[in-house]
Design a protein around this ligand. Structure first.
Ligand SMILES: CC(C)(COP(=O)(O)OP(=O)(O)OC[C@H]1O[C@@H](n2cnc3c(N)ncnc32)[C@H](O)[C@@H]1OP(=O)(O)O)[C@@H](O)C(=O)NCCC(=O)NCCS
Length: 188
């Protein structure tokens, strides 16, 4: 599906555009961010990265939803990626600008992407690979109901260092059950 655009409760997820290069560069240069993500902070070429994201977004069949996370006034606060592979399966990742950490943006973003993945793309399974020392990411993943599956050895290399990751997954049925449960709590 192109273009993709959908809201969370407090954020909007939309396709990348050329004018996102400066804010993307700021994020990719930040060691607090790249310490835990798949990007090297050494001289990232943000323009090329944004160009690549925009090009891949228009490929058919689409195998990646790499979206900008914005506030209602279109200020970019981060980005998220849902990569599709395997049988009705996707892998999710999310990055929020440290200026906006701990305000619930990642929870809001990942919840919206999961709802899109299961509800619109009809995925069966969404996984997340998390570096275990990344406390925020572990809390985010477990908080949304992902189940631990196992350890992937030397799964990612960032800034020249290889890290194991812990693989978590969430199934469509678990998300539906959780949504029904949350809805019942809300209406009590
Ligand atoms: C992981 C990340 C996306 C979280 O973003 P965020 O907007 O601050 O997250 P939220 O505010 O939605 O909080 C999510 C959970 O993490 C916890 N958390 C957030 N920052 C934390 C920190 N520094 N230390 C411990 N827990 C933290 C929150 O308390 C919350 O847990 P809870 O629901 O049990 O209360 C952000 O820290 C980030 O961009 N990190 C760098 C990139 C990265 O690691 N991405 C994930 C792997 S791809």
């Amino acid at each position: 599906m192109y273009p993709a655009q959908f809201p969370g409760q407090h954020v909007l997820l939309r396709e990348f555009k050329q004018t996102d290069v400066a804010q993307t560069a700021e994020l990719l240069r930040d060691d607090q961010v790249t310490r835990w993500s798949w990007f090297d902070s050494q001289a990232p070429d943000a323009a090329a990265i944004v160009r690549g994201i925009m090009t891949r977004a228009q490929r058919e069949p689409r195998t990646e939803y790499f979206l900008a996370v914005t506030q209602p006034d279109d200020t970019m606060v981060g980005f998220t990626r849902l990569g599709l592979s395997g049988m009705q399966a996707g892998e999710i990742a999310c990055t929020i600008n440290p200026h906006h950490w701990q305000r619930g943006y990642a929870t809001d973003t990942v919840r919206a992407v999961i709802t899109f993945g299961f509800g619109v793309l009809h995925l069966h399974r969404i996984s997340a690979a998390v570096i275990p020392d990344n406390t925020a990411s572990v809390a985010l993943t477990i908080g949304l109901g992902f189940q631990y599956e196992g350890r992937l050895r030397d799964h990612v290399c960032t800034n020249g260092v290889w890290y194991d990751t812990h693989l978590y997954s969430l199934l469509a049925q678990e998300w539906t059950e959780r949504s029904v449960h949350d809805h019942l709590l809300d209406t009590r």
